[in-house]
Write a protein that binds this ligand. Sequence first.
Ligand code: GRF
Length: 188
Amino acid sequence: MQPKKVAIFISGRGSNAQALIEQQNNKAYQVVLVLGSHEKSEIPNFCLKHSVPFVSVNKDHFFNEDFLLKTLEEFQIELICLAGFLWKIPTFLTQKYPNKILNIHPSLLPKYGGKGMYGIKIHEAVIANQEKESGVTIHWVNEDYDKGEILFQAKIFIDKNDTPQRLADKILALEHQSYTQVLESVCK
Ligand code: GRF
């Protein structure tokens, strides 16, 4: 079986994208494109080292149906992984890739999801609400932010000494282990 051709969309530092690329020696998938909504991170260099094309897009490109679909077709993309990608996925893309776009979210959805819930804000809200647990969710993407079918969740217990940043760090480590596993099982 040929590895599934995967594109990763990122907006930030791209540590999940790096983990997915570093762990792709399983033959289930191959990352053939990273699409970034800015170039500030170290990801363009990382991609260069790993021979993965990196395409930087602005909003005009990304929301241009013709441009985006042609780019994905050019790389024969079969699955898309969102990894810290902040722009809303346009309907033309969810229609073209139904149940073929995954997202990873650093909370136990449906809690702490939706518009505006990203980054450290999530962990600040979890700690402020004195939650006992948090974790990682991986789900299919549909038209609503963070509302597609959930495929996977992993929980961690919150320690009384956890700060939002400590919690973010623990969950990020869990994300790096989980995303590859879920992507592999989806590809099989
Ligand atoms: C991760 O916590 C991910 O769950 C969320 O945004 C963060 C992205 O981190 N959607 P990185 O860019 O992969 O380092």
